[in-house]
Design a protein around this ligand. Structure first.
Ligand SMILES: Cc1ncc(COP(=O)(O)O)c(C=O)c1O
Length: 345
């Protein structure tokens, strides 16, 4: 496939084969230098701990072609830190931040032709993957690991118009336990969530997970964090609410949006959010690297026989936050937080 044959706007969130992936191995705590390879297959032992026991973690981040033609990699250092936390939680060797950054830059350099042009809405997505490669039969962690960076261009999340999605509450499937691995980006959480997400998709919705202990509080929106927006009752300020939970992934997008919201004068509140509190929001959204900020029009709660109608169209606050973040990612405004690494190409 050459560049001219890629219809960037029609890519969707699907895998497009890059020219190169990047690999770096770690044996007994010693990391080797990352290298690029065209081979997309692994020669992996059948008893590798990633296959046997799910000793695996991953990440997701994007590079954007800016208005000035430069490429911006968004907050990759935060992805490195999160992968290090996931690695430690699963007894894997955490890839050092510098090595992680070198691997991402090499993956970008070797796949420049896959960075979509500005204004297509498409981006170059990187999927860093960390796997345990030691053969083991007895249950336990291994000593050998591999970091793999898989780049793939992805299309705009909102082809056409910025639009809302509808969620359905599922209290019958738990994505992650309160003291489990929900706060880490490990494959097992996602396999465990399929029963909820696929059931929701079959009905035409996305899945809203509640906390596994009480099923009373909002945990996550499929694979994204939840935010709710409303006017404060006590002061003339807008409130930005997002769940505090030990079972949700600390979203880098949510962290960025919270910082922008505070700058805009909003009050950011992180606490348990009961499902019924959905009735108080004038706007709500799911946030994450893939969707950035996806407005929610309604949430169906079949167990309680209630539908929370939030708004018909993307609301003004969510739209403003979305634009503020995208302006930084596309270089349309000053990156005062130093979130983007600019690759001058
Ligand atoms: C379960 C889950 N929650 C939240 C997020 C959003 O995190 P981020 O904004 O870092 O992409 C993701 C995506 O990575 C996710 O998989």
């Amino acid at each position: 496939m050459n560049n001219s044959s890629i219809n960037w706007s029609a890519l969707g969130f699907h895998y497009t084969e890059p020219d190169y992936i990047v690999r770096a191995a770690c044996h007994d705590g010693v990391w080797e230098q990352p290298y690029a390879t065209k081979d997309k297959f692994l020669h992996l032992h059948v008893s590798a701990t990633c296959l046997q026991y799910g000793q695996e973690a991953f990440e997701g981040l994007k590079a954007f072609r800016g208005v000035d033609g430069k490429i911006r990699i968004f907050r990759w250092q935060e992805n490195a830190k999160r992968m290090q936390r996931s690695a430690k939680a699963l007894y894997m060797a955490p890839p050092p931040t510098d090595l992680f950054g070198d691997a991402i830059r090499l993956a970008l350099k070797k796949n420049m032709r896959f960075v979509p042009p500005y204004e297509t809405g498409a981006t170059l997505y990187f999927r860093p993957l960390l796997i345990g490669t030691t053969p083991r039969l007895g249950v336990g962690p291994g000593t050998d690991f591999e970091l793999i960076i898989i780049p793939s261009p992805i299309g705009p999340y909102y082809p056409g118009k910025y639009h809302c999605t509808t969620f359905i509450v599922n209290r019958h499937v738990d994505r992650a336990a309160p003291l489990g691995t929900g706060q880490f980006k490990v494959g097992g959480n996602y396999a465990a969530s399929f029963r909820g997400t696929e059931a929701a998709h079959a009905q035409g919705y996305d899945c809203l997970f509640t906390d596994a202990k009480t099923h009373h509080y909002i945990d996550e929106c499929s694979a994204a964090n939840f935010i709710g927006i409303r006017e404060s009752k006590v002061e003339s300020r807008i409130e930005y609410l997002t769940p505090r939970s030990s079972a949700i992934l600390p979203s880098i997008t949510n962290d960025s949006l919270m910082k922008l919201a505070r700058k805009m004068g909003m009050k950011v509140i992180r606490r348990h959010i009961p499902v019924e509190e959905l009735a108080t929001f004038s706007e709500a959204a799911a946030c994450g690297t893939a969707c950035v900020l996806s407005p929610i029009d309604k949430v169906i709660d079949p167990d309680k026989g209630v539908t929370y109608h939030i708004c018909d169209e993307p609301g003004p606050v969510v739209s403003r936050l979305y634009k503020a973040l995208q302006d930084i990612q596309y270089g349309r405004t000053k990156d005062t937080h130093h979130w983007c690494e600019i690759i001058d190409k």
